[in-house]
Design a protein around this ligand. Structure first.
Ligand code: IPD
Ligand code: CA
Length: 296
């Protein structure tokens, strides 16, 4: 087991690393008229991975390579895994990562569908994962960068969560009627049909101010940490989608668990993250809706 005594310093270096990818990230993004032109599409070289809903562009690959190189310079010799390099061998990669004491995870573009459609809700997100004394692999440093709003969300274990240098705190919303939630429909689940997710979306929409579906798990979690949203749930995710954001939620005094209240297993990709005040209610609703007979 590794011990790092410099997590705050690592967070600051990581912010610089992720910010340095900004111009490359924005090179492939446009909101100009004609953003869906054949010319733009051929610039992005969009292709599908596990299903037609799981997209990748050449900029996902370029930004991943760029971030890997930048991380290697600042943290030489440390393990780095990236979403695009591992495409198609996800499970094997997860097994290999479980044997490591520490590793960096890169999701070069979280929200690739949004990116490719000029919808301004995507980010780069990088996390340092560390195995603790009990053998549990958890995020200890994370940065999520939204280049369209120039927002840098970051956190380090025990060192707080931050947005452009201002400390974050989850919302103080206590009642479902005042709450604004967010979820996602993971592309990983596309093949199986997503009836349960639609059911939860529909039930929770009725009981709250609403449920957003924004298409970037990492930003959804950063927004819970920032108090813009009160709870997020999803499953079928990869550790690089949720590592940094879950740490932000925890450091902003929120709570993370699985949908049945257990400790999050980042390789299982199921998470409920809340402002802590709504956690019990969310757990209750998830259980209740999951146990109802399916209507879809
Ligand atoms: C996706 C986003 C989305 C979630 C998907 C992820 P990607 O990441 O986080 O919100 O619902 O499951 O795969 O593919 O754009 O990096
Ligand atoms: Ca991605």
């Amino acid at each position: 087991m590794k011990v790092y005594h410099d997590l705050v310093q690592r967070r600051r270096y990581l912010e610089e690393v992720v910010l340095s990818a900004r111009s490359l990230l924005m090179e492939g993004y446009t909101t100009a008229p004609g953003s869906q032109s054949e010319q733009q599409k051929s610039k992005l070289k969009i292709s599908a991975k596990s299903s037609f809903k799981d997209l990748v562009t050449v900029y996902d690959q370029k930004v991943e390579e760029f971030l890997k190189e930048a991380l290697r310079k600042v943290f030489p010799g440390e393990n780095i895994v990236g979403e695009e390099t591992l495409a198609g061998m996800r499970q094997d990669a997860f097994e290999a990562c479980k044997n490591l004491d520490a590793f960096w995870m890169i999701d070069p573009i979280d929200g690739t569908t949004n990116y490719s459609r000029s919808y301004p809700f995507f980010c780069s997100t990088v996390t340092l994962m560390l195995k603790n004394a009990q053998g549990y692999v958890e995020p200890v440093v994370g940065v999520t960068f939204d280049p369209t709003r120039n927002e840098v969300f970051s956190a380090s274990k025990g060192g707080g969560a931050w947005l452009n240098g201002v400390q974050l705190k989850v919302s103080s919303v206590q009642t479902p009627e005042e709450s604004l939630l967010v979820t996602g429909f993971a592309s990983e689940r596309a093949q199986q049909g997503d009836g349960l997710a639609y059911k939860l979306f529909s039930e929770l929409t009725k009981l709250t101010l609403g449920v957003r579906r924004d298409g970037s798990a990492a930003l959804d979690l950063a927004y819970v940490a920032a108090g813009r949203l009160d709870a997020y749930w999803e499953w079928g995710l990869a550790p690089w989608d949720i590592g940094a954001g879950a740490l932000m939620v925890e450091e902003a005094a929120g709570l993370n668990s699985t949908h049945d209240g257990q400790k999050v297993d980042y390789f299982r990709g199921e998470i409920l993250s809340t402002n802590a005040l709504l956690h019990k209610w969310m757990l209750y609703k998830l259980k209740e809706v999951k146990n109802e007979p399916a209507r879809y």
